[in-house]
Design a protein around this ligand. Structure first.
Ligand code: FAD
Ligand code: DLZ
Ligand code: SF4
Length: 516
């Protein structure tokens, strides 16, 4: 009774459900680098390098543990080798006799539905799919939770997850410190360059081995996708990912909460963890990461607002967006509440714009495949929302450029959180903001071509007028939202000539979007 286990590039976990159920003495593992996965969007070169190298290391690890692993290395399309996962599976079933193909639930609807609906009748063996139990909540649990509610706010799901895991809970079932959420304490701007009280540590550097080097050479030769391949600074093994976790716990978590929403020129990471790529491809587990944060808090090494803020991102947001993705798939990806139709300005692909904040976030993204949450949400996402960029184009961009991007996590964050294109399923109001927010949370405006303190002049910050233009053009959709009343009141109180000047400047920005 030998089974063939297909393990995907984001399933690099030794305790993966299919591996747990299988028997290494007779079942075989199959892993494959294929064009289907490497090219279905123009993934950032660092993302491809991370996945391929982590896959190769993981295969080696499984072999050392006694598994028989059939590993198919990448071959360019011109060489006529197997290009899809189905091709690879078929070839392996042809080579040897297996009783079944075992898979673990995929992270993307695209591939999951292909496997479940189209493979079995082409393969001649049954396809058995295991639930992906690397998350805290099951998909069924999220569905049940959602069914009981009119609105699906993350905060309430998060509280359920806190109770379920016991993370940061007191013995009598109360949230540690008497409060569920310490977000109000987590909004400080970082003045670190002028104030040494909160110094940033040196980034952790990993040694590159032969596997990394071979993959980096391969990606450099075969993938001309947007983004820089070097310097490549990511961990590609569980051992190194654990070092990254440890380094974060010691040096950055203590101030993670305070500066969670801050942005600073030349400081791409600030106090963020950079752990999402490892969580999402399976090198780290969400619970081990959260438990490490809780221990750091209980031992007095980090304050509560830091530990809670960090844990909320993982058992709150991460679990919630995954549940929402599968609840709403596949139609969610097509939603476009504001009927936004503009295409992406070219600078999304090279970063050259006069808007300093956007230039910094885009350039950093293309150089490192990473931007932290506030850059993704309040700079790039906010700009896309205010400018009416097509959600499908924007989501395609986010899926391609970020090292941690898989549709289950990217889509709800981009389409739902940043663009409000789901009409409020995820968020109770759009995350729209003027330049003042960016000025408050960063030092970008100081060196910008545009003036953040004006709104209607030819050199005024585009965010300032685009903000009012957005509110005005979507008045019918937003006016009844109680969380938007104050903004509309503010606009309605302005003199008509001021209102017109704002709308004119906003329209001018939209007309010149390509050259801002
Ligand atoms: P930290 O700030 O250190 O946070 C710790 C961990 O919490 C992260 O590693 C991540 O696993 C989790 N987390 C934090 N926020 C979220 C969130 N909103 N949703 C899910 N998990 C979260 N995250 C991805 O993993 N993949 C994506 O493709 C992705 N796309 C995004 C697109 C947009 C428009 C926005 C606004 C956010 C997106 N996020 C995405 C969420 C978040 O920005 C990243 O998880 C975070 O920036 C990763 O960096 P970090 O590991 O340093 O995070
Ligand atoms: C992201 C990615 C890339 C770039 N390449 C591969 C690959 O060659 N083989 C593979 O099994 N997985 C890869 N992945 C991850 C998959 O895209 C991911 O498993 C699916 O999108 C499901 O989440
Ligand atoms: Fe961004 Fe406006 Fe500030 Fe320039 S002035 S950095 S465009 S917010």
């Amino acid at each position: 009774m030998a089974r063939l286990l297909l393990i995907l590039g984001d399933q690099l976990t030794e305790s993966l459900a299919s591996l747990k159920a299988a028997d290494p003495s007779q079942d075989h593992v199959l892993m494959a680098e294929v064009n289907q996965e490497a090219r279905y969007v123009r993934h950032h070169p660092q993302k491809i390098a991370l996945i391929f190298s982590a896959m190769r290391h993981f295969a080696q690890h499984l072999q050392a543990r006694g598994w028989t692993v059939h590993y198919v290395k990448y071959r360019p399309p011109a060489e006529g080798a197997a290009q899809t996962l189905l091709d690879v599976v078929k070839a392996q079933l042809h080579r040897m006799d297996y009783d079944a193909l075992w898979v673990t639930h995929c992270g993307e609807y695209r591939l999951h539905s292909e496997i479940l609906h189209h493979w079995a009748n082409q393969l001649g063996v049954p396809v058995e799919c295991f639930e992906d139990d690397r998350f805290v909540a099951t998909l069924m649990q999220f569905r049940d939770w959602a069914q009981e509610r009119k609105t699906l706010r993350m905060e309430y799901f998060y509280r359920l997850m806190r109770r379920q895991t016991g993370l940061l809970m007191t013995e009598d079932g109360q949230p540690e410190g008497g409060q569920w959420n310490w977000d109000a304490d987590n909004r400080r701007a970082w003045k670190g360059k002028t104030c040494s009280q909160y110094p940033l540590p040196e980034p952790l550097v990993f040694q590159r081995d032969e596997i990394d080097q071979a993959v980096l050479d391969l990606v450099a030769a075969q993938f001309d996708h947007p983004g820089q391949l070097q310097p490549f600074q990511w961990a590609t093994t569980r051992t190194d990912a654990l070092k990254a976790l440890d380094h974060f716990m010691t040096y950055r978590l203590p101030h993670f909460g305070d500066f969670q929403d801050a942005m600073a020129s030349g400081e791409p990471q600030l106090f963020h963890s950079l752990l999402s790529p490892y969580l999402n491809c399976g090198l780290l587990s969400p619970m081990e990461v959260c438990e490490a944060a809780e221990i750091a808090y209980r031992e007095g090494r980090v304050p509560l607002n830091a530990a809670e803020g960090f844990i909320r991102q993982i058992i709150g947001w991460r679990e919630y967006v995954r549940g929402l993705y599968w609840l709403m798939a596949p139609d969610y990806s097509e939603l476009n509440h504001f009927n936004a139709q503009r295409s992406l300005p070219e600078y999304f692909w090279h970063g050259r714009t006069h808007m300093r904040c956007l230039q910094a976030a885009l350039t950093q993204t293309l150089d490192t495949a990473y931007a932290h949450h506030i850059q993704r949400l309040m700079v790039i996402g906010n700009f896309a929302l205010l400018s009416g960029l097509s959600p499908q184009a924007v989501c395609g961009w986010y899926l391609a450029v970020y090292i941690d991007a898989y549709e289950w996590v990217e889509l709800p964050n981009t389409l739902g959180m940043a663009l409000h294109a789901d009409g409020g399923v995820l968020g109770s109001k759009p995350y729209a903001a003027s330049g003042r927010y960016i000025q408050k949370m960063s030092d970008y405006c100081r060196d910008c071509h545009y003036q953040v303190n004006t709104a209607t002049e030819a050199d005024s910050c585009p965010f300032n007028s685009l903000y009012w233009h957005f509110l005005a053009r979507h008045r019918d959709q937003l006016i009844d939202n109680p969380r938007m009343t104050m903004m509309y009141r503010q606009f309605d109180k302005m003199a008509p000539c001021k209102q017109q000047a704002l709308l004119d400047r906003g329209q001018a920005c939209l007309d010149q979007l390509a050259t801002l």
